[in-house]
Design a protein around this ligand. Structure first.
Ligand SMILES: [Fe+2]
Ligand SMILES: [Fe+2]
Length: 314
């Protein structure tokens, strides 16, 4: 049973067990971290299948023969999803001059290609909503972070000379790059104080802080979730290395783009508490693959900032 903070009773018990272990000699601490990591991996297996609505929308997006009528037909059967979609479309983030009140109107105004991605985003919003204080997110912050990452990753793909056909895939990668946090969040929230201390000790490196607390990172867990949900190997790979494209063997440029977008969003703390001691950097591979200079990074951050007005209403 989860509450607003996504804390489970299992994790309260787990925290107590770890505290008992830590009173033992130093070696027990290391063992406990390893065991915790294994426990978190086993939770991926216990996760329910990808919500049907999300997988159906993903299949629709991947199907080259699908069209606006198929999408409209599907949304007519799912009123809750249609309502969430209209809420996103009518948010001030999009700044549309007139309110859109029906799906058919949204297809005409926004266009099928952009709208199908928004439907996917709407279908994952339930999954990513909630408060994740252990990660420094305010209520709804993780969802906003994911949505902005998705939007910018697909928008920037052509600017960094990534095949236009990959734009949709990058939208999905941006949307789900932090999905691993869903599994770790409960335990990290209970141990919020220790997580903050770890972040400071690890110079703001979130993956290192997670590993020190729970023996595994959200990127690793996220890539396992992607495999469990039968996403492509490419998507699982990008999720796994989204904090350090230098470790990616394949798809370095795509991974670098997600790393860059995440960097820009976290730097500006969108959806996050200002004082969270997280400090993201950019890997050498990211800088090289995307031919980035400090001016270019600054320009991009400013561009995101200018268009970010209204994102809180999504
Ligand atoms: Fe991340
Ligand atoms: Fe992120």
């Amino acid at each position: 049973m989860r509450n607003k903070l996504n804390i489970t009773k299992t994790d309260r018990r787990l925290k107590k067990r770890v505290e008992v272990l830590r009173k033992s000699p130093a070696v027990a601490h290391v063992v406990s971290k390893k065991r915790l990591g294994e426990e978190m991996i086993s939770r991926v297996d216990e996760l329910p299948a990808l919500p049907t609505v999300v997988s159906k929308i993903m299949a629709l997006i991947e199907d080259n023969n699908s069209n606006a009528q198929n999408l409209e037909q599907y949304l007519k059967q799912d009123q809750a999803l249609a309502a969430r979609l209209l809420r996103i479309v009518n948010s001030s983030f999009f700044g549309l001059p007139n309110r859109i009140s029906s799906i058919s109107q949204a297809i005409v105004i926004i266009g099928y290609n952009s709208l199908k991605n928004l439907v996917l985003a709407a279908s994952t919003s339930k999954l990513l909503e909630g408060v994740f204080p252990g990660y420094g997110f305010k209520e709804g912050g993780l969802w906003q972070h994911a949505f902005m990452a998705a939007t910018w990753a697909s928008k920037l793909s052509s600017r960094f000379e990534i095949d236009t056909e990959e734009a949709d895939e990058l939208f999905i990668a941006g949307l789900l790059h932090d999905v691993g946090k869903l599994v770790l969040s409960s335990y990290i929230t209970i141990n919020c104080k220790e997580m903050m201390t770890n972040l400071i000790t690890c110079n703001g490196n979130i993956e290192e802080a997670e590993k020190a607390l729970v023996g595994i990172s959200h990127s690793e867990i996220g890539s396992r979730i992607a495999q469990k949900w039968n996403f492509s190997d490419k998507l699982a790979h990008i999720i796994k290395y989204h904090h350090n494209a230098s470790c990616a063997v394949d798809y370095q440029k795509e991974t670098a783009l997600i790393e860059l977008v995440n960097y820009c969003l976290v730097s500006k703390r969108y959806g996050m508490f200002e004082n969270i001691p997280i400090d993201v950097g950019l890997s050498q591979t990211c800088l090289k693959q995307l031919k980035l200079t400090s001016e270019k990074i600054l320009e991009l951050t400013e561009e995101i900032e200018e268009s970010a007005e209204g994102w809180e209403t999504i």
